[in-house]
Design a protein around this ligand. Structure first.
Ligand code: ADP
Ligand code: MG
Length: 718
């Protein structure tokens, strides 16, 4: 009765002996306690050394090697006080995960003792054996070396395990020829690009002085939690992150009782632990709630500067996954772990602000008169319309393909939700009307005991892949398992281009003796008229939108492979090169790695499904048949019917398995392109067909011998 053991293991889960942090500890002592904050560093450094480091951090000047030793010593002292025995350059290779190689602080001396050691050169530059990271051809094997370079703009932090700790130093990862082999380097370049473009544009406006513009990012992370006892018995989850089989249970998410429901105690205990660790890492987690699907949850932090937000996002995923084990859970960050219910996304909230604290996408009380807002918002419209393909490509992955366009997820067509009020404001800009009317007032709730609520102009639309939400844009097509770095890199770069172009439009008109106001107005009118087609406030999940989008000439790139092919289009190479974010070679390398990852991921799914079907499902079906055959002599009509039903389903299943087996044998040719197409057009459909017949069998075969925990257990036993 193995199955029931599994369920009872989950049911009997208990956890004793948890530390209970008090709220004042969290605020006073815990928050950022494992982060080497700037304040901490300042205290440890001499004045000149601090000044020099500050210039590096704030203005991006190169680090002065002369102060590197001092900074390294300060870091080592701080880290060892915190219990760290090792340090690691922490970087983000193109796999989308993070990488670390630990080095001990301990160094032996000649007299047989040991001292602790960490030099400036070790801080500034490391050389992991990089030959096994994907480079997309950027690194020939004969010059396989890659190096990591300290990113002083993101603070170092401590990662703990039960009997030790490691100092992690955020670094960029590049080849010796200077080409970016990671996700951080282009992100940093794009942050610079959008800052420079926005600063130039801001000189046209009369606003408070600023020395730079930062992109701000807050990321909502969705994920599933299931009992580890189930997960461990699902080879598909362990190998691919998603269930390749599993019949839909009688109940899914249709009762809509999970969303924002009370959080189960075990989950809340786990989340509290996760949050506590994230606080120590200085990650400002703010909200937590149940998501729509059973077993699905979300946490989100306060927004931060893009580079730090991206590092923090990786750490958040890491802590979510690592902590789950302590609670007998497994955290699934895959975009579509379960068929038939919602998948998981990662909503990337994004804006740009001056370092003086002015959010450039804040419409204020009267957006019609807010020229700064209209200018930057219009630039975003232009950027998204022009580069729909890039935005689609930067969220593309084999796993996100299952989500985009499926249950309650944004379609694979890019559009912007602006909301009625702002759409009206832009229409007024086009028509030249100046009645700046704001619809909002107070919303009465019809009973005197409740206070009147302000009527929110930024009404919500959950179906848009890219929505304006009050004072920021929310990019919702990003997948839950992805690094946010490339999506933010794309966003920053294409917006930098649009800002620059819009500014040049205005300047050209001013040269023709127009006043600034008139020139700006004309430029906005032209840009909005040209890009209005990208604005869509309706239901993005509807069938009508697909047709409407086609009428408007918007791009529809249903699968990742359609999107990847666009990466190397001339206009896309041009925009990355113009802002020195990615060279053509670097972009080609990414294109190659994306294809390679796609191919490998689907290949692994195909192999896993075949193996599982052959060694676990097939024997289990035979056992069910055998059970029936053994009582055939009873002569019951029911028994006969069961045998026949099983026979039909089994043959169907077996045929599907044979098809998948033969397609798995074939890798689809020589090029990455043909191999990926083979995976998409041959392996995935065969996998899908095998799944359909397996899921039918699951509903018929004996529960006791079925080898895999089912959806109804995984999603509902908490
Ligand atoms: P929602 O209503 O979409 O659930 P919230 O308004 O609570 O969301 O914000 C979601 C995320 O957006 C949070 O991480 C928040 O910090 C972030 N956010 C808010 N303002 C900005 C901004 N100006 N730039 C970037 N992110 C922001
Ligand atoms: Mg949101």
């Amino acid at each position: 009765m193995q199955r029931f053991d599994v369920v009872s293991a989950a049911r009997n889960w208990r956890f004793d002996g948890l530390p209970t942090p008090t709220p004042s500890d969290v605020v006073g002592e815990v928050f950022a306690s494992d982060v080497l904050t700037l304040e901490e560093l300042r205290q440890q450094l001499s004045k000149p050394a601090w000044k020099s480091l500050q210039a590096t951090i704030q203005r991006g000047t190169a680090i002065d090697p002369a102060i590197a030793d001092t900074v390294a010593l300060a870091m080592k002292t701080w880290a060892m006080d915190k219990g760290a025995t090792h340090y690691s350059h922490w970087f983000q290779p193109l796999t989308g995960a993070t990488a670390e190689k630990h080095e001990s602080f301990v160094a032996p001396t000649q007299n047989g003792n040991a001292i602790s050691h960490f030099s400036g050169s070790e801080l500034i530059q490391g050389e992991p054996d990089a030959s096994s990271f994907p480079s997309g051809g950027l690194r020939q094997t004969f010059e396989a070396r890659g190096y990591t370079a300290w990113d002083p703009t993101s603070p170092a932090f401590i990662v703990r395990h039960p009997n030790g700790a490691t100092l992690c130093i955020p670094t960029a990862f590049a080849s010796f020829t200077g080409e970016a082999l990671d996700l951080k380097t282009p992100l940093l370049r794009s942050i610079h690009a959008v800052s420079a473009a926005a600063m130039k544009a801001l000189t046209m406006f009369d606003i408070p002085q600023a020395s730079k513009v930062v992109s701000t990012v807050g990321v909502e992370q969705e994920f599933f939690l299931i009992d580890e006892e189930f997960a461990m018995r699902r080879p598909d989850l362990l190998m691919t992150g998603r269930t390749l089989f599993g019949a839909r249970p009688p109940r899914g998410q249709e009762l809509e009782d999970h969303y924002f429901g009370s959080i189960p105690t075990r989950i809340l205990t786990y989340l509290t632990d996760v949050e506590h660790q994230l606080y120590a890492l200085g990650i400002p987690v703010k909200t937590r709630h149940n998501e729509v699907a059973p077993g699905q949850y979300e946490i989100a932090p306060m927004f931060e500067e893009a580079n730090i937000a991206a590092d923090h996002q990786q750490l958040t995923m890491q802590v979510l996954r690592n902590t789950a084990r302590t609670y007998g859970l497994m955290c699934l960050t895959h975009e579509k772990p379960f068929a038939g219910i919602n998948g998981s996304g990662k909503h990337v909230n994004w804006s740009i602000a001056t370092d003086a604290g002015m959010n450039l996408l804040e419409p204020g009380e009267t957006p019609r008169e807010n020229m700064v807002f209209l200018f930057f918002c219009c630039a975003v419209l232009r950027a998204v319309d022009r580069h729909q393909d890039l935005l689609r490509a930067c969220v593309a992955s084999a796993s996100n393909d299952h989500r985009l366009g499926a249950n309650e997820a944004p379609p694979a067509i890019m559009s912007i939700f602006l909301g009625d009020e702002l759409t009206q404001v832009f229409s007024q800009v086009v028509s030249g009307s100046t009645t700046a009317k704001r619809a909002s007032g107070l919303l009465g709730l019809g009973t005197p005991v409740l206070p009147p609520l302000p009527l929110h102009s930024g009404d919500r639309n959950r179906t848009s892949p890219f929505a304006f939400t009050g004072n920021k844009f929310e990019f919702r097509a990003v997948g839950s398992d992805q690094s946010v770095s490339f999506p933010i890199t794309v966003l920053n770069t294409i917006v930098a281009e649009a800002i620059d172009d819009l500014r040049m439009d205005v300047e050209a008109k001013m040269k023709k003796k127009k006043t600034f106001e008139a020139a700006l107005h004309d430029a906005l009118r032209e840009a909005y008229t040209q890009h209005e087609r990208i604005v869509f406030n309706g239901d993005g999940y509807s069938e009508e939108w697909q047709q409407e989008a086609e009428r408007r000439g918007l791009l529809r790139l249903p699968t990742s492979l359609d999107a990847y092919d666009r990466l190397l289009d001339e206009k896309n190479v041009a925009v990355f090169e113009r802002f020195s974010v990615l060279s053509k070679r670097e972009l080609e390398a990414r294109h190659e790695i994306f294809l390679d990852q796609y191919f490998k991921k689907v290949n692994i799914e195909g192999e896993t499904a075949e193996w599982l079907a052959q060694t676990q499902i097939l024997p289990s079906v035979l056992a069910s048949m055998n059970q029936a055959v053994q009582v055939q002599s009873v002569g019951s009509r029911g028994v006969q019917h069961r045998i026949e039903t099983l026979q039909v389903l089994f043959d169907e299943f077996y045929e599907a398995l044979e098809v998948l087996r033969s397609r798995n044998m074939d890798l689809g040719g020589e090029t990455l392109h043909s191999k990926s197409l083979h995976m998409r057009d041959r392996v995935l459909p065969a996998l899908q067909a095998l799944r359909r017949s397996t899921d039918r069998l699951e509903r018929v075969c004996s529960y006791e011998t079925w080898p895999l925990p089912g959806y109804r257990e995984m999603l509902f036993v908490k």
